[in-house]
Design a protein. Structure first.
Lengths: 307, 307
């Protein structure tokens, strides 16, 4: 990148979000961040590459929005309250129109997640974003993957399979007859929502948590493995959106719900005595043993941790 | 990446460094980190791309080592004590021999910087690394770029220009007659040292600090700009290594020292009353005004912030 390109990028990225926790943001060798007393830092990093994590010619605002939400979703899965984010972006060129749209998506996601942009790096190459997100939890209250115990119930937020169906719409592989369904599914892929408030509300309640990024079966297997338990899923209880329920190919819809990734819903285990919050659907249970059992076997696609 | 490739990578990256500050490392949705009471977090992210930041066919151990040091150098420039690092790596393939060598370099750099690997992400694509490094400083004691005042002295650690000369050796553009000189210069590019201990020792002493990554003149300009001062450099005082002093082309050597980047030495301003530590060389002074003045004008290369 030339000096001119750098200053162009600097202009677009200079004021995205703010927070009193940020003592020093963009512009020095590092950002300086206050973690509240009695809290621990939660930090995660996530790369999104054109052609792998989003299709070529994906709208720049959606690239930014989706990438921030995917990264922020890891904070939600820890029950963390947002602090800020750093963006390392690799760009083939510094195009003002593209950067302007990208910055709009970045700002929208920053506002929605309360994650101000506090630092980053810009390099030249194939389009790729690495987002590092920071959050905080009161000491020893972070939601982990390894706390599920036999007797716990398995619950998930929202609906599953929409993002996989939405990607199929974007790629021209799925053609919903209803325009509203097509739009809904595409938005679920392009504009997912990190369940940050839900994650925060589950601190001290959920015994284990993960976000559904690899697909329900795979992510359930991650909890089962980390917690050294078995988890049973009732496939009929897995929540489907109205748009996915309306699909003529119900087998495909059900399969996306089980194995499609990128929904960024929260998958948690709750102890027997805890009431199930309204925003969650109970879909299974934790039992003694190892692995994941589901009454409907998946036929492939993104799922390779099946026990 | 397939499940098999991921587990291969996981094997190599699973135990690189450790620290009591890390409550939860690799393997959950986020890493959980304790920042000591009364301290603020310092965080920086840095991308290194094959063919841009290091030559194609660069040794994998050197890629890892150099990238960690480049990132850690930003912590040194803040005067931060190291906490940990996250590695987002994009790889064309998961090759065991390559990964093994890369992990060796990563471990060596982790040990040298006391930055345990606490998290990351692995994706497939052209070779690229984004390292996020975390450190801490006692509250309000981080070294910033904006504190230089007229009357301060400009000082730099080590010697400058070696990395640029080393890259020229690696690229076959420079052929030192002495083998030891060739080896020394190459190592200065491939195995730089982040000046972490020096940075920590300058907390509460230096008025401003930056690491020399863009080149002496460019990085001096960053301090001058942030501090709203002018800085004068005596080019004859800029420290050269024995290897660079031995170059027949003294004009080129001097130019590398002024404009070559990647040395990762610390450039600081010290108030008039502070003694200059043995590890630093005084090379100029801060005066009223704006920009950077040097008695020797650069003829190009990496320097585009000249006032």
């Amino acid at each position: 990148m030339s000096a001119g390109e750098f200053s162009l990028i600097e202009t677009f990225f200079s004021r995205i979000g703010e927070s009193s926790a940020i003592e020093l943001g963009i512009g020095d060798d590092a950002a300086t961040v206050r973690v509240p007393d009695g809290h621990t830092l939660q930090i995660s990093t996530d790369t999104a590459i054109e052609g792998v994590h989003f299709p070529p010619d994906f709208a720049p605002a959606d690239i930014a929005y989706r990438s921030v939400m995917a990264a922020a979703s890891d904070l939600a899965a820890m029950g963390a309250s947002p602090i800020g984010m750093l963006l390392a972006i690799t760009l083939p060129t510094a195009d003002a129109a593209w950067l302007s749209c990208f910055a709009d998506g970045l700002r929208a996601a920053s506002d929605a997640t309360r994650l101000p942009l506090i630092g980053g790096d810009t390099t030249r190459g194939g389009l790729s974003l690495t987002l590092t997100v920071l959050g905080a939890t009161p000491e020893s209250s972070g939601l982990r993957r390894d706390g599920a115990r036999a007797g716990d119930r398995l619950c998930v937020s929202g609906s599953l399979g929409d993002a996989a169906a939405g990607l199929a719409v974007i790629q021209g592989k799925l053609h919903p007859t209803e325009k509203a369904a097509a739009q809904f599914l595409q938005a679920r892929f392009a504009r997912p929502t990190a369940r940050l408030a839900l994650g925060e509300s589950l601190r001290g309640v959920a015994t284990a948590a993960i976000d559904v990024s690899d697909g329900l079966l795979a992510d359930t297997a991650h909890i089962a493995h980390a917690s050294a338990v078995a988890i049973e899923i009732d496939s009929g209880k897995v929540p489907l959106s109205w748009a996915l329920k309306g699909m003529p190919d119900t087998v495909q819809a059900r399969q996306w719900a089980l194995t499609g990734g990128d929904d960024y819903e929260l998958l948690v285990t709750l102890p027997p005595e805890a009431p199930v919050p309204e925003t969650l659907t109970e879909i299974g249970r934790v039992v003694a043993g190892r692995g994941v059992r589901c009454d409907q076997a998946p036929t492939g696609g993104g799922y390779d941790h099946f026990a």
